[in-house]
Design a protein. Sequence first.
Length: 99
Amino acid sequence: MAAITKAQLEKLQKKFITDAAIGEQFGITRQAVHQLRKKFGLGSSLKDNPQRNQKIVKAYESGESGTALAKKYKLSISQTYRIINDNRKPAKKTKKRKK
């Protein structure tokens, strides 16, 4: 496993955000970075995703396009729409009248 200290890993998380991006810099796998975070007791830098996802949904419902949101949040368009679809409140079902 790579010789990365806890302090280095904290700095790398702020700079590169994802375990995969950190792993690329050191030539190690995303899983190895994940194991190091667990070993050092560091949380994921992605823990703020639920708040980000709600912002994306709110902006989309306000009329901003999915493509614009993908660029703004540096996500793929398909990932942006997946976030929107997974986090939208379901529309209320209307009851059908019986005749």
